[in-house]
Write a protein that binds this ligand. Structure first.
Ligand code: CA
Length: 238
């Protein structure tokens, strides 16, 4: 008989006890191991000292807020590429979470249903198992003033570090290391997400939009990640 795989470990950082308990209960029912932190400082301490497969992180926390904790986790090498599901109080906050400022992979607006929570958790853990196409030992690439560094899974522009989510990093690395080469959106889905069947070509457009916001001076007039009309995307051949 095969030994049972160890349960995925999920760090839950949430100051409201009833929500924390609800999340922990449903993780347990899913066969996952939940580890709780009631504030950002404790959450970050745990993220710095232990390895997790997923972090569920409340945005509004006493002390260190969720955005600060999220950025700090991204910079920590031990959990730098962990999927992060951010809990937000309002829909409007979600744009900020998935936009420029944080490295969250997904968000859930409160109040949320238990089924939605479980679905998001499962989706993020599934993505996690689809190993990144970029190994930490891949060479770093510098093109048009942008350095893409697989060891740190970060980009650097004009001496400024840019935090990237796992998929943003994989897409940028693929394009930048093949500058001038056009990739179809279908090919990008395959290369970045592998066999995750929930992903459509629209996800590529969304991901490109987010990358441009982070990298380009003018997201509306990109000079790095270029659209090839009717075909897909390419990194500028400079
Ligand atoms: Ca809160």
């Amino acid at each position: 008989m095969m030994p049972a795989a160890p349960a995925a470990r999920v760090l839950v950082v949430e100051d409201e006890q009833n929500i924390r308990d609800l999340v922990l209960l449903h993780l347990r029912l899913e066969g996952l191991e939940g580890i709780a932190a009631a504030d950002g400082t404790e959450g970050l301490r745990l993220a710095r000292s232990e390895r997790f497969d997923l972090v569920v992180l409340d945005l509004m926390l006493p002390g260190l807020d969720g955005m600060t904790v999220c950025r700090a986790i991204r910079r920590e090498s031990s959990n730098g590429d962990v999927p992060i599901l951010m809990l937000t109080a309002r829909r409007e906050e979600s744009d900020k979470v998935l936009g420029l400022e944080s490295g969250a992979d997904d968000y859930l607006a409160k109040p949320f249903g238990v089924r939605e929570l479980v679905a998001r958790v499962r989706a993020l853990l599934r993505r996690r198992r689809t190993a990144s196409p970029v190994a930490a030992t891949s060479p770093s690439v510098t093109v048009a003033g942008v350095t893409v560094d697989p060891a740190r899974r970060m980009a650097r522009i004009d001496g400024r570090d840019i935090d990237l989510t796992a998929h943003e990093f994989d897409l940028l690395y693929l394009l930048a290391s093949n500058r001038g080469i056009v990739f179809s959106r279908e090919a990008l889905v395959q290369r970045v997400w592998g066999n995750d069947t929930h992903i459509t070509v629209r996800s590529v457009d969304t991901l490109v939009k987010r990358l441009r916001k982070k990298l380009e001076d003018e997201a509306a007039e990109p000079r790095l990640i270029l659209t090839v009309w009717g075909t897909g995307y390419k990194f500028a051949d400079v």
